[in-house]
Ligand binder design. Structure first.
Ligand SMILES: [Zn+2]
Length: 257
């Protein structure tokens, strides 16, 4: 089985002590490649240093995360634009809107999201969307950006069934699922099967959101198999089949070769 963790933050400090073991466990469990979404200017050097050590295994994405949109957001956006002009990335992200943690910079979050969508257009890249308690505005900004040129993934999808239907209406977008779908109290499992297989991505979002039975512990790419097996049960196929399809989806979206 060859799997792709389509969203993981293994450059985070949580992995400073044992990153080589973490990556060895990932590969041993079949997770051969990983997409690393950036958060902000501060996390960028850590991400790129790790990518340099593991080429053809780790693929970086450049972007300003909505929870990092603050007083210095203009400089942060300049930094993203500069990075995209000089380095080859597989996506722009993660970008989007987050009203859960803080709404102080709501207007600036929208501005940052729209500007980064425009950057993705310029470089012909997909976008990795983070949206939390902000689906209506996210859909609205996406529509204004133009459906024909915008493609990407709604990462860590945890919305309602109605929100899933609306997300699927954006035909060039995939839906990224992670450990949350395995949680006992999550309703997601009752309707995720509406996602056509060719539009499904799997991810860990490590170090967060460890799937059952690892819930509560630090998440890592090797844990992807638990989410894979859980979803294979929902779709009524083998983990091998689902792994193959979701890997092909990630390759197609991010242009991995
Ligand atoms: Zn993330």
């Amino acid at each position: 089985m060859r799997l792709i963790d389509s969203h993981t933050h293994i450059y985070a400090e949580e992995f400073d002590e044992d990153i080589d073991e973490v990556l060895a466990r990932a590969v041993a469990s079949g997770v051969e490649r990983m997409v690393l979404p950036n958060v902000d200017r501060e996390s960028y050097p850590r991400m790129m240093a790790l990518v340099e050590r593991y080429p053809k295994v780790l693929y970086p994405s450049a972007g300003l995360h909505p929870t990092s949109v603050g007083a210095d957001y203009r400089e942060q956006l300049d930094f993203v634009a500069e990075a995209l002009a000089h380095v080859r990335f597989v996506a722009v992200g993660e970008i989007g809107l987050d009203y859960y943690w803080d709404t102080t910079y709501k207007v600036q979050q929208a501005e940052a999201f729209s500007e980064q969508i425009a950057l993705a257009h310029r470089y012909g890249l997909p976008i990795i969307i983070h949206t939390r308690e902000a689906f209506a505005d996210t859909f609205d900004l996406l529509r204004r950006a133009g459906r024909n040129t915008t493609r990407g993934v709604f990462h860590s999808f945890t919305g309602s069934e109605a929100e899933l239907e609306e997300a699927l209406g954006f035909e060039d977008f995939m839906i990224g699922l992670n450990g949350v779908v395995t949680f006992k109290n999550s309703q997601l499992k009752t309707y995720v099967q509406r996602i056509p297989l060719e539009r499904l991505l799997i991810e860990t979002d490590a170090p967060y959101l460890s799937p059952m039975p690892k819930r509560g512990r630090r998440n890592e790419p090797a844990h992807l198999v638990h989410t894979l097996e859980f979803l294979a049960g929902i779709y009524g196929c083998s983990a091998d089949e689902l792994g193959e399809v979701t890997s092909q989806n990630a390759e197609r979206l991010f242009g991995l070769t």
